[in-house]
Design a protein around this ligand. Sequence first.
Ligand code: DAH
Length: 354
Amino acid sequence: MHESLVQLRDDALADLAAAADAEALEAWRVRYLSRKGGALTTAMSILGSLPREERPAYGAAANEVKAALEAAFDARQAALKDAALAAELAAGAVDVTLPGRPPSIGHLHVTTQNLRQLYAVFAGMGFEVYDGPDVETDEYNFGLLNIPAYHPARDMWDTFWVSQNKPGFSEKPGLFPKLVMRTHTSPGQIRAMRERCPEPIRVVLPGKCYRYEQITMRSEHQFYQMEGLAVGKGIRMTDLIGTLREFARQMYGSGRKLRVRGSYFPFTEPSIEADMDCVLCDGKGCPVCKYTGWLEIAGAGMVHPVVLRNGGYDPDVYSGFAFGMGVERPTMLKYSVKDIRYFYGNDLRFLGQF
Ligand code: DAH
């Protein structure tokens, strides 16, 4: 082979081996293989100046070199592409042995925790949980509980009435009962009695209640209550007081004192308010108990004869007691929560603390 062609081939292959990226590769191609001014084209162009007998061998050798360089170029190009891909994969690689991101695990809402604690205490005294509906009829929420029409809870300012402004409703007045968002859990008393009569009853009725009230630090338009009801033969006020005392002891520790005051509720007779000595100051007086030494824990009383009768029980044979307590309020006292709106504001900074 012509010496200059050997030189050209060896130089070109050495240069190619040194071309490290696509840019260098392209420069190499232009330099050696381009038709215009490429080294090979230049080498071919001297063909005419060679002695006639040398031309065929030179031409064949030049073509051989060209084919060799083209093949080498293709191979180098493929190798560089593979290397680039490998580098890219290595850089973006996922290390499957890394630990995953831990899912954030939630927990029960403070009210749910609280309710479960209440259920446990009352379950220990033989009370089962009885659920009533959140949307009640006017009759169950008020009428059957002996709440007269003039009772303030019936006022539109205290009650959310469920809109029944639907086709067909107004044409048949009286056919559909008036509906309210229950303003208290007491209507569940009637439901439990009507379902269980004449069996004895011992139930707690937890649930959300709704009132059309101004929302402030101390009052929300939705809140939980838990009602208690015991109906049977020979149930007395002392059973009620003993039950509440035992509740206070289990919830807030032994040695808690209980006191009762006379009160009024339309659905109990007689009615009482039960207070417990303040858990924060042990009855000495502090801002939480407003320096009285006492915290109100429940409204309660002996089930009114009218209510017993509405539930299907003969008040001459049966008697019962009932109580109703707030659920958020004790939590507020216990943890010094200043604003009831935190409970349902869905702020994890608040909820995460319990
Ligand atoms: N339902 C009453 C309220 O919402 C609370 C209550 C008081 C319930 C006395 C009772 C009771 O069962 O006996 O204010």
